[in-house]
Design a protein around this ligand. Structure first.
Ligand code: ADP
Ligand code: MG
Length: 444
């Protein structure tokens, strides 16, 4: 039995989705080996149907994959981004049982008010807007039961899908991507860790007057329940038609929320989904959801700045050095050129000393066109390029924030903004800050 039929057979073993995963696999394999060309739209709809059966966590993965260049055929990207990354709601008897398990039989004495219905959906559970015994409004994020096994099952399905896809196209090696997503999803199950990260973020952003991190209510938080101060704000897309000045301010604040922690301390919020922040009346940002945060080796962050300088000064040697530090391994001339295309695209706006938008709003999914070009070139080379783990969330953040700034059509001198932010950057300072601060929040 060849690899492909083994995989299809294995797919068949997953009872609930056997037909659809296998079906999707067959289509891809058919295109590759039998020369049958598949109807891309129908295919992408089928794959969505398969993924639609997954629970919360994998939907988040699908969304993330959709924003990583080459992770999936570009046709899927748009469809994936529209997927709802949330688990179905728990009813009141269920919520009561879960709350009792987290805070004890007396759990209701901690609240003046606790609504029976969830106020918002979360990927691994749901959020109730409650009033604590002091009268403060809080967000109680309560995890669904058995999410650990759901995450495991979904990760296995994902591995399978990636394997299937590899049969179809192996120009990019995805093993690291899977490992990275698996690590982040496992961390996301641990709300105690998330509480620590949220406290760390409050510290990292304390001097940014226009970015707010809600306080954690430690007495009402456990491994599976995260209670934080309730913060009011609007969705960012409600500002699409706001005056330019306002849209620019929002872009600026988002940029700070994402990149101050990165260049000061080597940490990035890995999920720039618009559900994970809101905008206050004064246009400052409430930053939410610290379940998927990446702590980088400072050398990796240093290399991202080296690469910036390399592109700015057309310093080929420094660029290659940066890719090496990023973990791209031995690179030949052709691969370097391909990586330069991608880097040139991502860094484009911060290399241009002008007031401008990140890109045009009618370009479709931000980055997909360049991703397609990069992908095609890699295929021609027939050299499977292993994507370094760190790349996943670095890219994800840039594309996520970039695409929101495009939706807003914000006009900013990104070059100045970036250069001000990295002024005085020193890898050893970042290292020292990490060594000092991470143990304080139990994050080593
Ligand atoms: N402190 C808060 N104040 C107001 N709304 C909140 C707060 N925390 C979470 N929410 C709401 O709950 C939703 C889900 O919470 P989030 O932390 O993003 O969960 P998940 O990690 O599962 O995505 C958010 O998109 C937001 O609408
Ligand atoms: Mg969220």
């Amino acid at each position: 039995m060849d690899d492909t039929s083994k995989i299809i057979k294995k797919a068949g073993r997953y009872a609930s989705m056997s037909t659809s995963v296998a079906g999707v696999a067959l289509q891809l394999v058919g295109e590759k080996f039998l020369g049958v060309s598949i109807d891309r739209d129908a295919h992408s709809a089928n794959l969505m149907a398969v993924l639609g059966k997954f629970k919360g966590p994998i939907m988040k993965v699908a969304q993330i994959l959709a924003t990583i260049p080459n992770a999936l055929p570009p046709e899927y990207a748009k469809a994936f981004q529209e997927l709802q990354a949330n688990a179905p709601a728990m009813g009141w008897p269920f919520v009561r049982r879960r709350m009792k398990a987290e805070l004890g039989v007396d759990w209701q004495s901690n609240f003046i008010e606790f609504p029976k219905n969830a106020t918002a959906a979360a990927s691994l559970g749901q959020v109730h807007k409650a009033q604590d015994s002091d009268g403060n409004w809080v967000a109680c994020k309560l995890q669904y039961p058995d999410m650990m096994s759901a995450v495991e099952a979904d990760l296995n399905q994902l591995k399978l899908l990636l394997k299937i896809y590899k049969q179809y196209d192996d120009s990019v090696v995805m093993e690291n991507v899977h490992a990275e997503l698996a690590d982040r999803l496992h961390e996301e199950l641990d709300y105690r860790r998330e509480a620590n990260v949220q406290k760390l973020y409050a510290q990292l952003l304390k001097d940014e007057a226009h970015v707010h991190v809600p306080n954690v209510v430690g007495t009402l938080s456990t491994d599976r329940l995260l209670t934080t101060e309730w913060v009011d704000g609007c969705g960012v897309l409600e500002f699409e038609k706001a005056p330019l000045e306002d849209r620019n301010k929002i872009a600026l604040n988002l940029f700070k929320a994402w990149y101050v922690p990165l260049y000061k301390t080597g940490i990035i919020h890995g999920d720039p989904h618009p559900g994970n922040y809101t905008v206050r009346d004064d246009l400052s940002i409430n930053l939410l959801d610290f379940g998927c945060v990446r702590i980088f080796n400072p050398d990796f962050v240093g290399a991202s700045i080296d690469l910036y300088n390399a592109l700015k000064n057309k310093d080929e040697e420094l660029a290659v050095q940066s890719y090496k530090t990023w973990g791209f391994g031995d690179l030949n001339r052709e691969t370097i050129e391909i990586l330069n295309v991608w880097a040139g695209f991502l860094y484009g706006p911060i290399l241009d000393d002008n007031i401008r938008t990140i890109g045009s709003s009618d370009e479709g999914v931000y980055g997909q066109e360049t991703a397609r070009e990069v992908h095609k070139k890699l295929r021609e080379l027939r050299a499977g390029l292993p994507i370094p783990r760190e790349f996943v969330f670095m890219d994800r953040a840039a594309l996520g924030i970039g695409s929101i700034c495009i939706r807003l059509q914000s006009e900013v001198n990104w070059y100045r903004l970036f250069n001000e932010m990295i002024e005085g950057f020193d890898v050893d300072d970042v290292r020292a800050r990490q060594n000092e601060i991470l143990p304080k929040y139990d994050l080593v």
